[in-house]
Design a protein around this ligand. Structure first.
Ligand code: CNA
Length: 388
């Protein structure tokens, strides 16, 4: 069965993942020969961005630390200008439907390498995975022949060994303040959920490790069993057809989850778009940023300018703040007066997350509940404080 037939949805209601760097945006087929549907709204998006490319971006446009490719010229203000402008809008109550679009750059501060950062990114360390080209790691045909490269990567990315960082909690705070319309993440590390962003506020566009299924016949497989086998260097196989099971992370040419289609409601409703830690190279995700209304402010927080934020002049209402994301987000939070709240939230969440690491004195199980009698020590923070 072809992976493009994975969904029972009609073809015009399916969106598959593809790498923008590997193909033209307008091509009819993906890198791996899978037919690729053009999104109805991507045409509109392109029209919108074209309409605005000639607009005067000067008044609100700014750049921060200048690294790599960057906007410059009349549309560039001093560092911090963009953050301050957006913080001002937020404080004035003008941004009540904030959409966040995020990528691997929000998790590097948690110790998870991204793809494309030179030196530390996974693509720079391919010898560890023994693959001929970077995208092969998410190519389902390649996986079919040799699942080991993806399973090696899965060991790094499987939720459990990494903790959310300040950036994740900043987004959680947006929700706490009632401002988050939705977060769209390409990440598969599960840190958004772990920091407490509720399921209904989150779209994991490239899937997650929460569920697993056969890569050929899609028969579901218990995710915990798949994880245990993969972490121990074994290959989980389908109970129905014996093909290899994989976590439900979206590979190139596979359908994005149904929830991704919420974007058709969310982006037209957004009154602020925050783009964080992504190279905007993977379609159709990358084009989402072009689907907010033309007057909606968009703020890119990243190490270098990407996607439409590379254009000079910037679109009116676009802001680019370049530099280390965690530093930038901290400054942003300070401007908003949220820093203390975020620090408190992180502390309280860390204490809660100590509970699963508590070692049970009786049953030997790890506990998440409040059954004190079952708990004696905490491997992380020495017990009693976690229970307060
Ligand atoms: P990418 O292509 O690696 O881009 C990451 C971007 O973040 C780059 O522009 C970096 O410059 C920037 N960046 C990285 N660290 C920082 C930092 N500390 N401060 C500021 N900017 C930073 O990753 P994308 O997310 O754009 O690509 C999409 C792929 C990557 C998705 O399909 C993911 O599944 C996949 N991925 C996910 C993870 C994860 O879940 N944590 C890790 C690695 C790859």
């Amino acid at each position: 069965m072809s992976v493009s037939n994975r969904s029972s949805r009609p073809a015009d209601a399916r969106i598959t993942r593809s790498s923008r760097s590997a193909e033209s945006q307008d091509s009819g087929s993906g890198r791996y020969g899978k037919p690729r549907k053009k999104q109805a709204d991507s045409t509109l998006a392109q029209d919108l961005s074209l309409m605005n490319v000639n607009g005067q971006g000067g008044l609100n446009a700014s750049v921060g630390k200048q690294l790599g490719q960057r906007p410059s010229g009349p549309s560039a203000n001093k560092s911090g200008g963009g953050l301050a402008s957006v913080a001002r809008l937020m404080k004035m109550g003008r941004c009540k439907n904030v959409v966040v679009v995020a990528g691997a750059g929000i998790s590097t501060a948690s110790g998870i390498p991204d793809f494309r950062t030179p030196g530390t990114g996974l693509y720079a360390n391919l010898e560890a995975y023994n693959i001929p080209y970077p995208e092969a790691i998410f190519n389902v045909d390649y996986f079919s022949n040799d699942p080991q490269p993806f399973f090696s990567l899965a060991k790094v990315l499987y939720p459990g060994s990494h903790q959310p960082n300040y950036i994740h909690y900043f987004i959680r705070m947006l929700h706490h303040k009632g401002l988050l319309l939705r977060m769209y993440t390409q990440n598969i590390d599960g840190l958004e959920k772990l920091c407490g962003i509720p399921d209904d506020k989150l779209v994991e566009a490239h899937g997650s490790f929460t569920t697993a299924s056969c890569h050929l016949c899609y028969t579901p497989y218990p995710a915990e069993d798949a994880k245990r086998l993969i972490m121990n260097g074994n290959v989980p196989t389908c109970t129905f057809c014996t093909a290899t099971v994989k976590p439900d992370v979206v590979f190139f040419g596979e359908d994005l989850p149904q929830k991704y289609f919420l974007h058709t409601q969310d982006f037209p409703k957004a009154d602020l778009l925050l783009v964080m830690g992504t190279s905007l190279q993977i379609e159709p995700f990358a084009s989402l940023v072009n689907t907010v209304r033309a007057t909606v402010p968009r703020l890119l927080l990243n190490r270098h300018a990407v996607g439409p934020f590379q254009r000079i002049p910037l679109r009116r209402g676009d802001h680019v703040e370049l530099g280390d994301l965690e530093d930038t987000v901290r400054r942003f939070a300070e401007m908003l007066g949220w820093n203390n709240d975020i620090v408190e939230l992180m502390k309280s969440q860390e204490q809660e997350q100590c509970i699963p690491t508590l070692v049970s004195g009786r049953s030997g199980k790890h506990q998440t509940g409040s059954d004190e009698s079952d708990v004696e020590t905490c491997s992380k923070c020495s017990a009693s404080s976690c229970l307060s």
